[in-house]
Design a protein around this ligand. Structure first.
Ligand code: OOG
Ligand code: NI
Length: 268
């Protein structure tokens, strides 16, 4: 499979899950813009059956290579980013994993339980990135209990494996050529910008500016009934050249730490 096919498949699932993402995409194209992806991101747990190592395989197969590692002390996460070896316009891939051993026995047992419930033959497989939730209808009670410890754990418990967000490359836009213009356009169209740590994360001096809209609050079927909870979000990134004139290509942990909060609850 070519890299493009991998992204097409992930995109189709992402927009069917998140109508707001498609609306953002359509708003930009209606303005005459071409939307290029800066990166996409996945979430998982650090169990060797489903960890970063496993989720990255599908990308390594289509020509990606490892580029950088990140540590999120407070959220207890590891992350790695990957880039395509030859297609410089291919989106970067950012994959994070929760260090479950740093949480309560309840969280650890819950996570072990859902991984044990993954049909045999799927664990360790690169196709996991398309698989979604492989452990059946979630319990709202468990979701709420996980959320007290880690919003991230609760999110993965419900949604499983899928692109958590796509990211519009502002460098690829013509009219909306600053992150402030992009944010204003989104707000004018009724979207809520993640304001944790400020609406713009990072500075031109740090060579990366990022913003995101809060994940849509959508109905999800739980064992106890249907409840509205945050789904996926959309991010926007503007990169700047370093002193050698080369566009910065990494991620900034301090900014990413706040971007993760785009799947927090907020008042509609
Ligand atoms: C990832 C958050 C970090 C970035 O670009 O810094 C991130 C997530 O929410 O899973 O996407
Ligand atoms: Ni991102």
């Amino acid at each position: 499979m070519e890299a493009q096919q991998v992204f097409d498949r992930l995109w189709a699932d992402y927009i069917s899950q998140n109508p707001a993402a498609k609306r953002v995409y359509d708003l930009f194209t209606a303005e005459g813009e071409t939307v290029y992806n800066d990166h996409i991101a996945f979430r998982t747990f650090n169990d060797p059956r489903i960890n970063i190592e496993v989720l990255s395989q599908e990308f390594l197969k289509v020509g990606y290579e490892y580029k950088g590692s990140y540590n999120f002390e407070q959220k207890k996460l590891n992350a790695k980013h990957f880039e395509h070896k030859t297609f410089k316009d291919a989106p970067r891939v950012f994959i994070s994993e929760l260090r479950t051993e740093e949480f309560s026995p309840f969280l650890q047992e819950t996570v072990k339980g859902i991984i044990d419930a993954i049909p045999s033959g799927m664990t360790g497989k690169s196709e996991l990135i398309y698989a979604g939730n492989l452990w059946g209808t979630p319990s709202f009670e468990v979701y709420e209990a996980l959320r007290k410890e880690s919003e991230y754990a609760a999110w993965v418990y419900v949604y499983g494996f899928r692109a958590n967000h796509f990211t519009v490359s502002i460098n690829g836009l013509k009219k909306y050529d600053t992150i402030r213009k992009v944010n204003q356009f989104l707000k004018d169209n009724g979207f809520i910008i993640n304001a944790s740590g400020g609406e713009v994360k990072g500075t031109p001096g740090e060579l990366l500016e990022q913003s995101s809209i809060m994940a849509g609050i959508l109905p999800v079927k739980f064992k106890e009934g249907t409840f509205e909870i945050p789904s996926c979000y959309y991010e926007f990134a503007m990169r700047y050249p370093d002193s050698d004139g080369k566009l910065y290509s990494g991620f900034i942990a301090k900014s990413a730490d706040k971007i993760f909060e785009s799947t927090d609850f907020y008042k509609k």
